[in-house]
Design a protein around this ligand. Structure first.
Ligand SMILES: Cc1ncc(COP(=O)(O)O)c(C=O)c1O
Length: 359
């Protein structure tokens, strides 16, 4: 029998969340971010789920773009990091991919490729993230050169926010001002908004929005839970209780005995650990729901197992189902407890955990 540790992918919730994007940004086209294997949900599952709702898919790199084309995706596929070598350009042209041109060397590769037909391109402006993109001062020249290559095919100007998730001092206004000045009224479509900006900053929506995390039902905002924005979790990660034991007062549980029983305790062992994507740094007290009851992590996370204090729930026994994240607890709660972000947890879900796709 298969190990009953699984991630259920709730495609109905992905569609629901995409509708929230449409509601928030009704006049923008939607480029769904499905990089990192659809934030861990399965790139083809997500692209099939969203095919009739969104206008295109954004990936990081060529292998992800090809996975989409191989799966039969016919909509625009944008490579956010652009080509990583000159020989990716003819391949991109052959597969009708859209390249984000971020750097001078990418522009040179494109010029030298002498493609017989123009390729749709986005041009990124670095407005403060200082990760990728042309400087505001270099944008006019980069755009002129890209226009020559585009020869009438679609061009989009874009940028990326560094801190749109923060409630104050997020620098979005300054980045937008810098973007508008660098774009200089060029007659092209624009794209600036990630999930946080879609939810909070209507002035950033422009022609294309680029949602990622909100499609998967997480909250991209530092100060609001996903449910408050009517977003629904797209993954339910669950496992089973495989052992229950009594532990006397004073005994310790798990590696290096991090947790100590302060009273006669019952400990349930659940078959999921950091080798399954559960964050190793989750502290004692991190919640898990077993058959709907809240139990708390007791002891260090092992590779394949966690241990939980179920003293308050004597009815919990071997075979009970433990939800590690989903509707409750949310992946954002677990991430906060483990001092990370839900993005990292979802994108890091290993293939070892089978994905069970349900509507
Ligand atoms: C360039 C770019 N656009 C959009 C996104 C989507 O961001 P989010 O998942 O916060 O919506 C990302 C994610 O990292 C990105 O790198």
């Amino acid at each position: 029998m298969a190990r009953p540790t699984q991630a259920r992918i709730l495609t109905g919730n992905i569609r629901h969340n995409a509708q929230r994007v449409r509601e928030r940004a009704p006049n923008s086209r939607v480029m769904a971010c499905v990089k990192a294997d659809g934030y861990g949900h399965g790139i083809t599952t997500v692209s099939e789920t969203l095919h009739d709702i969104v206008d295109g898919f954004a990936v990081a790199c060529m292998s992800e773009a090809l996975a989409l084309r191989d799966a039969g995706v016919s909509k625009p596929v944008l490579m956010l990091e652009g080509p990583q070598s000159a020989d990716e350009i003819p391949e991109a042209a052959q597969k009708n991919l859209t390249l984000c041109i971020n750097e001078w060397h990418q522009l040179e590769w494109l010029e030298k490729a002498r493609l017989s037909a123009p390729l749709p391109c986005w041009l990124k402006i670095d407005t403060g993230m200082h990760r990728l993109g042309f400087s505001p001062q270099g944008t006019a020249e980069a755009l002129q050169r890209l226009e020559r290559q585009a020869r009438g095919s679609e061009l989009v100007l874009c940028t990326h926010f560094s801190s749109a998730d923060l409630p104050t001092d997020n620098g979005v206004e300054q980045q937008l001002q810098c973007f508008d000045e660098a774009a200089g009224g060029a007659p092209y479509a624009q794209s600036t908004a990630n999930s946080a900006a879609i939810l909070k900053i209507p002035g950033s929506h422009r022609d294309w929005v680029r949602p990622g995390y909100m499609l998967y039902g997480g909250s991209p905002l530092a100060d609001a839970a996903a449910a408050e924005m009517n977003l629904k979790p797209a993954m339910e990660f669950s496992a089973e209780v495989i052992s229950v034991r009594d532990v006397p007062t004073g005994d310790r549980v798990g590696y290096r005995g991090r947790w100590e029983a302060k009273r006669p305790s019952r400990i349930a062992t659940v078959a999921a650990g950091y080798g399954d994507g559960y964050p190793r740094h989750a502290p004692d007290g991190t919640p898990v729901f077993i058959d709907g009851k809240r139990a708390l992590l007791a002891g260090r996370v092992s590779m394949d197992m966690i241990t939980l204090d179920v003293t308050e729930h004597p009815e919990i026994c071997v075979g009970a189902r433990a939800v590690l994240w989903g509707a409750e607890p949310t992946v954002d709660e677990i991430a906060t407890a483990a001092d990370t972000i839900g993005y990292e947890i979802l994108a890091g879900m290993p293939r070892r955990v089978p994905r069970l796709v349900t509507g």
